[in-house]
Design a protein around this ligand. Structure first.
Ligand code: G1P
Ligand code: ZN
Length: 543
């Protein structure tokens, strides 16, 4: 094998964010940009020689070219084997599963998750460690440090590589294994859920619409829902992955999935509408006539998980990210389960899952998952809902409403202000942080601030501390507003404002969500001065 050492120099700004390095496609296509980052990952892994790497991506534009480069660089950097999904495709949870099942050193996932794709869209690279989960901050810091001192990268001449054909190709000192993208993941799902019960549910006339948004989950959903479980043909729509996601915005929220949402609210609504994002780790759940917020979905899944074989022994505990509503906390409290509140980003769940402290985790951003892999998992969430529906034989709306009656309801919304000028967003956050000590007792309309802080997290397993994870303003009565800046955007800054209002009284469980949060939204504006500082008088997206 001929190895070429290519001279390069550090490229500024290759700092991994909430979930890997994300930039516009043209930036990744610039000379050495991709190679520099891949070499920096490899340099941060001294134990790579002779080890195995998993590789796959969500099929977005540049996936194939990048896969080819990563394989040749892995060969040149001493990896013994690369296991790559057919055509370079693996959903993020499927990649996490392969890393764990095949006991590899880790994996590279080519994805910008829920960000739009296409030639002018976004691209991204994530490294997942041997536990199958996103690299911890210590490792992403080490990778970033490598990007700042890089002088050469190594890339091998392997001749043309065929990623479409399943099979094993041996090179001198290096093996390339092209594997079916779905098979191992599908087998894992069959160990977790009662497929017979779900088959019986579909056989009884239950209807599903799953929108794969022309992103990675199409092949998985077709094989599992229509193939194995007997959902009617046509239940999966937009099931062919396209490099620009067919123009769909691959973030599965009711705004982007308006066709699905409208269908779910119509007379023709199927029993369950669901969708996943670009790389298959997020999920959207809409029952007939009722959108289930991701925070509520986490709580309902946690409360009912015992109905699925994998969780019949009960849960060790539940974890949620800080901005996620406290609906799951009520389940934990009533059921005597441990509850953990972590910073935003799946990587913070890894240690808790590895240590067996929690079984189910979730984020308000449509991420739910369990200890079966170390990523959130969109299809897993849909399958757990199906398993619960197959056992309870009630509608999604009835299950959610019964849940509110038992546990109370956390009204919840996230207001995003996208592509705000970075300096303005920084000023806003700084202003909030400076006023933290003086906010207590502040009144706005009927609301009174009971406390405020800048969330910091001490990992209970390794003791690492992550500070400045978002400003929390708490109100008397249990309401809350959280302010933080996104770590996954690629243009300007995105300010996220999370609103939560708690009601336990039976008469107040069916309020309009927007109306229930109006006072909090007004208080958030008054406290943070969003309009004055950003020039925006309304959020760009409300989810
Ligand atoms: C967003 C979500 C966060 C999620 C991440 C990766 O990060 O808010 O919950 O883990 O995407 O999917 P953010 O842009 O807020 O930093
Ligand atoms: Zn994703």
């Amino acid at each position: 094998m001929k190895i070429n050492l290519i001279e390069t120099q550090p490229i500024a700004g290759q700092k991994p964010g909430t979930s890997g390095l994300r930039k516009k496609v043209p930036q990744f296509q610039a000379p050495h940009y991709l190679e520099n980052f891949i070499q920096s990952i490899f340099n941060a892994l001294p134990e790579r020689v002779g080890s195995t790497l998993v590789l796959g991506g969500d099929g977005r534009y540049f996936n194939r070219e990048a896969s080819d480069i990563v394989i040749r660089m892995a060969a040149a950097n001493g990896f013994g084997r690369v296991i790559v999904g057919q055509s370079g495709i693996l959903s993020t949870p499927a990649a996490s599963n392969l890393i764990r099942q095949r006991k590899t050193l880790g994996g590279i996932i080519l994805s910008a998750s829920h960000n739009p794709g296409g030639p002018q869209g976004d691209f991204g690279i994530k490294f997942n460690a041997a536990n199958g989960g996103p690299a911890p901050e210590s490792l992403t810091d080490a990778i970033f440090a490598e990007t700042q001192k890089l002088t050469t990268y190594a890339i091998a001449d392997l001749g043309p590589i065929d990623l479409d054909k399943i099979g094993i190709t041996a090179f001198e000192g290096f093996t390339l294994e092209v594997t079916d993208s779905v098979e191992a993941y599908q087998a894992l799902m069959q160990t977790l859920f009662d497929f017979d019960a779900i088959r019986a549910l579909f056989a009884s006339g239950f209807t599903l619409r799953f929108d794969a948004l022309s992103a990675v989950t199409g092949p998985y959903a077709l094989r599992i829902f229509e193939g194995l479980l007997g959902a009617a043909p046509g239940s999966v729509v937009n099931g062919v992955p396209l490099s620009d996601f067919g123009g769909h915005h691959p973030d599965p929220n009711p705004v982007n999935c308006h066709d699905l949402y409208d269908l779910a609210m119509s007379d023709a609504a199927p029993d369950l509408c669901a969708a996943s994002d670009g790389d298959g780790d997020r999920n959207l759940i809409i029952g007939r006539g009722l959108f289930v917020t991701p925070s509520d979905s986490l709580a309902v899944l946690a409360a009912n998980a015992r109905l699925a074989p994998a969780y019949k022994g009960g849960l060790a505990g539940i974890a949620r990210s800080m901005p996620t509503s406290a609906a799951a906390d009520r389940v934990a409290e009533k059921r005597g389960l441990a509850m953990f509140e972590t910073p935003t980003g799946w990587k913070f769940f890894g240690n808790l899952l590895d240590a067996g402290k929690v079984t189910i985790c979730g984020e308000e951003s449509a991420g739910t998952g369990s200890d079966h892999v170390r990523e959130k998992d969109g299809l897993w969430a849909v399958l757990l809902w199906l398993n619960i529906l197959a056992v309870r034989r009630e509608s999604v709306a009835d299950i959610v409403k019964a849940h509110w009656r038992e546990f109370g309801r956390n009204y919840y919304a996230r207001h995003d202000y996208e592509e705000v000028e970075s300096a303005a967003a920084d000023r806003l956050m700084l202003g909030l942080r400076e006023r933290l000590g003086s906010l207590k007792g502040y009144r706005h309309g009927p609301l009174v601030v009971s406390g405020a802080d800048d969330f910091a997290y001490r990992d209970p397993i390794d003791g690492s501390v992550s500070a400045h994870q978002g400003v929390r303003v708490m109100f008397e009565g249990g309401g809350r507003v959280v302010f933080r800046l996104s770590g996954t955007g690629t243009a300007g800054a995105t300010l996220r404002v999370y609103l939560e209002h708690v009601e336990a009284g039976p008469a107040l469980l069916d309020l309009d969500n927007h109306a229930a949060l109006a006072d909090l939204a007004a208080a958030a504006e008054a406290i943070a001065q969003i309009t004055r500082l950003t020039g925006r008088d309304a959020p760009s997206v409300i989810t």
